[in-house]
Design a protein around this ligand. Structure first.
Ligand code: AGP
Length: 619
């Protein structure tokens, strides 16, 4: 959940590193810092560093006041605090006592207390509360013994436990940047006479789109002339090269005020892109990253979906679709709870891990547990080359493009699409649905982008609604069936963006207690299922009547032409008519717009809400 940049080449390291940090600031913004290697007056090298709590702008202000030397090698860091408060002292980079080695870090060194105690017993003075500073001292001890920084990094990594990406420079070796990774993201950018390191490709994409994927427990050394990778014991490793298929503009805001708003409006394209290439010429479904044989899939007799946050709500929707189309029982479990409940798993269980970032530690540890129980793991992920798909047996990539806003939007709807594709593929392989039934659903999915465009065309009405609720202390959300996870997601969006209390309920659950919350004027957003399944539609109308009778202000999302809802809604948001299982793709959009606009009116930083980070890579 931190952003890391490393550079060595022919450009101004300060410019490359600071700009790279700007592209990564969404990964964490509690503090920022850079360290450069400069030649001293006597020819000896020295590390020059600047670091400051708060956002990158604070660091840039500091550098303006205390300029750095113009050199061509350096590292940088944006922090999401784990150990130690977000202040100047705990900001990265961290250095050893001799100020020879500077290091930046993403992750948690779980045995840092013990290592710190041993260093302090050897008269090392550590000034911060961080685990990272321990690594700086250990690296400095190693290079002080006469080995180069690469060897030092290999040796230090052998004694570290936990999750870490470390990137370091040595004042006495101004030609290399050395990094290591375990359970934490790092990619290499390969240039001409220059090379880059980044937490993800956004750090260097304006300079190169040629990248190298690093594996678990590896050390990488970049110089102006090349890249060398080893394991933690020095054995050479050949990294996998890949070409990054999106350019920097895809990460820009396209004129919107927020990345999040841009990404809400990107959803039609994101859904369309995620459906591309999924059918053979004969119309059969194909999932070319599946990597599990049809027989392995036919042997599946239970599915457990694991995820966190918004991705968990996508999993809840997936349960309805997979069970309906395949008749395979599906459990949906929070990643952070999964392995502690001693789940019942075996080779015939398919564990589906849903993760936009592919780096969520809770989900990563959960799939590792599943694999020890011989279960197959399939990842649904939006980030190519990230850890979770790399450690899974199969992957269905969503093609939402980079999602920069911390609050997930297009990530969610494309996860739904991938879940529907998985369900249909399983139905095709197991024969629980005829080919024409599957083709019909695919045809309905292919119409979704246009339907989302229709919903987006009504955004202004939702914005007006949001502005009218700017002073509300509490907002409630109701939904039934596949609309219930949408209600939960709508509440999460409001919590994480507007910082107000919001809660989602199953419509039928209200009368079992939560209805006591209803008072005069209490806003309740109700996701109404399509007509045609009256036991569901009618029951939802009853729930709306119950809250209205107690003075609630009902804001109803319902399909166009639903006159029964129109008669009892204080505000009606119409949705194009789609089947109940696909309605979440549309119903979530007004809830995203509502939360985005309300947070904007409140003056919040919608892309970087307080206390949050885009990828939570600590458990
Ligand atoms: C979503 O708006 C939140 N930012 C958060 O709940 C997120 O969905 C969760 O942390 C899971 O992230 P992942 O999909 O990258 O694993």
């Amino acid at each position: 959940m931190c952003g890391i940049v490393g550079y060595v080449g022919h450009r101004s390291a300060q410019d490359v590193v600071v700009e790279g940090l700007r592209r990564l600031e969404y990964r964490g913004y509690d503090s920022a810092g850079v360290a450069l290697v400069a030649a001293g007056p006597d020819g000896a090298g020295r590390v020059e560093w600047r670091k400051r709590a708060g956002k990158l702008a604070n660091l840039e202000k500091l550098i303006g006041e205390e300029p750095l030397p113009e050199v061509t090698i350096g590292i940088g860091h944006t922090r999401w605090a784990t150990h130690g408060a977000p202040n100047d002292v705990n900001a990265h980079p961290h250095l050893g006592n001799r100020r020879r080695v500077a290091v930046v870090h993403n992750g948690i060194i779980e045995n840092f207390d013990d290592l710190r105690a041993r260093l302090e017993d050897d008269d090392h003075q550590l000034s911060s509360e961080t685990d990272t500073e321990v690594a700086a001292h250990l690296l400095e001890l190693q290079v002080g013994s006469g080995v180069d920084l690469t060897t030092a990094m290999q040796r230090v990594c052998q004694v570290l436990e936990g999750a870490f990406t470390l990137v370091a420079v040595d004042a006495e070796d101004p030609d290399r940047v050395v990094a290591a990774r375990r359970n934490s993201p790092l990619v290499v950018g390969v240039g001409e006479g220059e090379n880059f390191l980044g937490s993800d490709v956004a750090a260097f994409i304006e300079h190169t789109r040629e990248a190298l994927e690093l594996g678990q427990d590896q050390v990488v050394t970049i110089t102006r002339d090349g890249v060398a990778v080893t394991d933690f014991h020095g054995a050479p490793v050949t990294p996998k090269a890949y070409h990054v298929d999106w350019d920097l503009s895809a990460a820009e805001k396209d004129g919107h005020d927020w990345f999040m708003r841009k990404e809400i409006f990107e959803q039609p394209h994101a859904v369309a892109d995620s459906l591309l290439g999924r059918r053979t010429r004969t119309g059969a479904l194909q999932l070319d990253e599946m990597r599990l044989s049809d027989q392995e899939l036919r042997d599946i007799d239970k599915i457990i979906i694991i995820a966190a946050g918004t991705s968990f709500y996508a999993g809840m929707v997936a349960k309805y679709a997979i069970e309906h189309w395949t008749r395979i029982p599906v459990e949906v479990e929070l990643s952070s709870e999964f392995r502690y409940r001693d789940p019942i798993l075996d080779y015939s269980t398919l564990v589906v891990a849903i993760s936009q970032s592919g780096e969520t530690a809770d989900t990563l540890q959960a799939i590792r547990h599943a694999r020890t129980q011989r279960s197959k793991v399939l990842a649904i992920c939006n980030t190519n080359g990230s850890t979770i798909p790399r450690e899974s047996d199969a992957v269905i990539y969503t093609h939402a493009g980079p999602e920069i806003g911390v609050a997930s939007t297009k990530g969610f709807v494309t996860q739904l699409v991938a879940c529907y594709l998985l369900a249909l593929y399983l139905a095709q392989v197991k024969g629980t649905r005829y080919g024409d039934e599957i083709a019909d659903v695919l045809h309905q999915l292919e119409a979704i982008p246009a339907h989302i465009e229709t919903v987006l065309s009504r955004a202004e009405a939702v914005y007006e609604l949001a502005r009218a609720h700017v002073d509300e202390p509490t907002v409630l959300f109701l939904g039934r069936h596949a609309g219930y996870p949408v209600a939960l997601e709508g509440a999460l969006k409001l919590k994480e963006l507007a910082y107000i209390h919001a809660e989602g309920f199953a419509g039928g659950e209200l009368k079992h207690g939560p209805i006591a919350l209803i008072d005069t004027g209490q806003p309740v957003l109700c996701v109404v299922p399509p007509r045609g399944r009256d036991q569901l539609h009618g029951k939802m109308l009853s729930a709306i009547q119950e809250v209205r009778a107690r003075g609630a202000r009902t804001i109803c999302l319902a399909e166009e032409g639903d006159t029964a809802v129109a008669a009892i809604a204080d505000t009606l948001i119409e949705l194009p008519r789609v089947p109940v299982l696909l309605q979440p793709l549309l119903a979530v959009v007004p809830l995203q717009l509502f939360a985005c606009e309300l947070a904007t009116v409140k003056g919040h930083d919608v892309d970087q809400p307080r206390n949050l980070a885009k990828s939570v890579t600590v458990e």
